[in-house]
Write a protein that binds this ligand. Structure first.
Ligand code: NAD
Length: 458
């Protein structure tokens, strides 16, 4: 995550040189204020650590390391997921908390950034043990959590079940206090929001569709007159059939795939999808609803052989999983893991449009290499905020004890993402920075202005 830190520093450097930004700050004071901003944005406000004492079902007592990092509450209460994974570590949790601060600022959500982690492989624990781990997490961090302090959500290895348990424990430990909006990503019966599960995948596809359809149509004239390399890439792909490959067919990838498949605005043809086992390819386009039905009945996995494909009437070839990344397609949607495009495969990437559904799927070196070649990358911070945006709606609904319909949730989600895109895109197509840098500059600008106005730079 050095990439993130470098972009923050580059953004602050660009802003310092822009004299129209915070013009009251001049000369030495300006330099000092920007130095302070680097320090404030690079480090978290608090790192809370604890060892959860758990008695396993076999009677053994274990101590499980766990964290809650609170990066910034400049804009509002800390907000971010809790990850249950063996590879969790303090540095990773701190970086993810920082990303949440920036993502929330970019999308103008009234939250700061936080993140939690527990170092376990949840598959190695019984349901009873996991329930105990969730309760202990809330007990150990009870003073720092709460609807107006720090509101966790699910992340890798946690879901609505864990959020329900945690909210239940928060209710027990805070009798008589508001509790419904202490956690988001809960089940619907327990105060969760309709549409929360689909929100990230829908939002990811929406950002792409909005840029390539709505924005291009409305701004074609000036875009065709600029020298901007990314405007050229976008216009080269306007109003033509777009071949698309999607890495990852889980919660995010499968929802985004269906959105792309059903889209009335762009003519997409999804020629390849992959999961942890295989890549499926069909140059005429895959039947996404049939694949969704298959994965639903098969633990989320895609068919891995010709017999399974034939039996379910799905026309596709089974190919090597990782070859998906280097296919000759227009669009690559990355919805699996971090660091998928790197030094060793970046030169073979043929797609000119890349959408980051996963967090950090492109390494810093590969990111610069592709951007220099004019590849238009819709970055994670911009594209995959649907989950936290709908978490915000869940938080509001919990406060008001009034619930929106699924259509209302999506309407508000797309509205919010449209607002962000309308702020960022004119700037992006008007200057030489890639979309990632533009998004970071905007987030850093928002945070810096608020910190300055709150008197935190003295
Ligand atoms: P998921 O576990 O539901 O799905 C992951 C998918 O990736 C699965 O289909 C899995 O088989 C596949 N996969 C794993 N390794 C692979 C590989 N090497 N090659 C190809 N496919 C592989 O997870 P998700 O919720 O869909 O999230 C996907 C990514 O997006 C994760 O990195 C997650 O952190 C990120 N993300 C998710 C959300 C969300 O709300 N779901 C929000 C922000 C970011």
């Amino acid at each position: 995550m050095q990439k993130q830190q470098n972009i923050i520093e580059e953004s602050l450097k660009a802003l310092m040189e822009d004299e129209t930004f915070l013009p009251d700050l001049q000369a030495q004071t300006r330099e000092q204020a920007f130095k302070s901003l680097v320090a404030l944005l690079s480090t978290p406000n608090h790192i809370h650590k604890s060892f959860l004492r758990i008695t396993l079902e076999n009677g053994t007592i274990v101590r499980i390391p766990s964290f809650r990092v609170q990066h910034s509450d400049t804009v509002g209460p800390y907000k971010g997921g809790i990850r249950f994974h063996e590879s969790v570590n303090e540095g990773e949790v701190a970086n993810l908390a920082k990303l949440m601060t920036l993502k929330n600022a970019l999308h103008e959500l009234p939250f700061g950034g936080g993140k939690g982690g527990v170092i376990i492989n949840p598959k190695e624990y019984s349901i009873k043990e996991l329930n105990l781990i969730c309760k202990k997490y809330v007990q150990y961090f009870e003073d720092i959590l709460g609807p107006d302090k720090d509101i966790p959500a699910p992340d890798v290895g946690t879901g609505e079940r864990e959020m329900d348990w945690m909210m239940g424990e928060y209710k027990n430990t805070h009798p008589g206090q508001p509790y419904r909006n202490s956690f988001t990503g809960k089940s619907i019966v327990n105060g969760g929001s309709l549409g929360r599960r689909e929100s990230t995948g829908k939002g990811v596809y929406f950002t792409f569709r909005y840029m390539m359809h709505n924005y291009l149509q409305e701004n074609k004239k000036w875009l065709s007159e600029t020298e901007n390399i990314f405007a050229k890439t976008a216009l080269d792909h306007a109003e033509k059939k777009l071949s698309m490959a999607i890495q990852g067919f889980g919660n995010l990838g499968s929802v985004a795939a269906l959105e792309a498949y059903q889209c009335d605005y762009l003519q997409n043809k999804i020629v390849a999808v992959s999961d942890h086992n295989v890549m499926l390819y069909n140059e005429d386009g895959l039947d996404i609803p049939a694949l969704l039905k298959y994965t639903k009945d098969n633990d989320g996995d895609l068919p891995t052989n010709d017999e399974a494909l034939q039996e379910h009437g799905i026309k596709a070839e089974v190919q090597e999983r990782d070859d998906l990344l280097t296919l000759d397609v227009d669009v690559l949607l990355l919805a699996a893991l971090e660091d998928q495009i790197h030094e060793n495969n970046m030169e073979e990437i043929q797609a000119r449009l890349i959408i980051e559904g996963a967090n950090g799927p492109i390494t810093e070196t590969a990111d610069r290499y592709l951007a220099d070649k004019g590849v238009l990358i819709v970055p994670d911070i911009l594209a995959n905020a649907g989950g936290v945006i709908v978490s915000y709606y869940e938080w509001i609904q919990g406060r008001e004890a009034q619930f929106m319909t699924e259509d209302q949730v999506y309407e508000r989600l797309f509205d919010k993402m449209k607002n962000t895109m309308d702020t960022i895109l004119p700037q992006f197509f008007g200057d030489p920075f890639p979309l990632r840098q533009n998004s970071y500059i905007h987030a850093v600008m928002k945070l810096s202005t608020i910190m300055y106005r709150q008197g935190k730079l003295y």
